[in-house]
Design a protein around this ligand. Structure first.
Ligand SMILES: [Zn+2]
Length: 221
């Protein structure tokens, strides 16, 4: 029964997801992480069904820690969602879940000792985990600044392009995106070897517009 259910849901997840770049906040680039999450849930069901009894508590805790941490890492490395907001929310949930499991394991390990601060550790850790996830943006920035010839995998190139699209889309609303985009254009015009590069052309156009606007202002004055 478990196997049939597993196969059916595997097929549903791999075949049935919105993989185009649309405004749908749940659209994804790939279902790698989904598959992993599904596998992990089946493993949980298996272990929690067949290993009942208090003597297995520590063992189950370890399973939970290992798989929740792997899921968290998988969400960060694959970045399956196009939408930045959805991606951050999912990372937050996965991160808090992994942290909770870690604290649970810690409590299991020291259950013999007289220690009652686990709940405090859990609630102290959650905001720290959230802050860490929310502020880790710089590796994408680094990716944006590496040139195409230095990027090794197609996945990375895709990530770079989606980040580029993201900053272009949000440049009107987010100040940081506007700054990053401006920096990227300047950086690119310096390193790009092609004279006919569209980004260079765009920068020249902007410069010309600025100059004409200034000269017109001078004429009026
Ligand atoms: Zn170029």
């Amino acid at each position: 029964m478990l196997i049939i259910f597993g196969i059916m849901t595997f097929l549903a997840t791999t075949l049935n997801y919105e993989n185009r770049f649309t405004k749908d906040p749940t659209s994804k680039m790939n279902a790698k992480t989904d598959l992993f999450v599904l596998l992990q849930k089946l493993i949980y069901v298996f272990f929690f069904n067949f290993f009942k009894g208090p003597q297995y508590a520590l063992f189950k805790s370890i399973i939970l820690v290992v798989f929740s941490c792997l899921t968290f890492v998988s969400y960060i490395r694959n970045r399956p969602y196009y939408s930045q907001t959805t991606q951050t929310i999912v990372e937050l949930f996965a991160g808090v879940f992994a942290w909770t499991n870690l604290v649970l394991l810690f409590t299991q390990v020291i259950s013999g000792a007289q220690f009652t601060g686990s709940l405090e550790i859990l609630f102290l850790g959650i905001p720290i985990v959230c802050c860490l996830i929310y502020t880790k943006q710089e590796n994408r920035l680094k990716l944006l600044m590496t040139s195409e010839s230095q990027i090794e995998t197609g996945d990375e190139c895709q990530k770079k392009n989606f980040y580029y699209i993201y900053i272009i889309e949000t440049k009107e609303v987010t100040r940081q995106s506007a700054i990053i985009l401006k920096g990227y254009i300047n950086h690119h015009t310096e390193v790009c070897p092609f004279d006919t590069c569209p980004i260079k052309a765009y920068k020249k156009m902007m410069l010309r517009e600025k100059l004409t606007a200034e000269s017109e202002r001078k004429k009026k004055a």
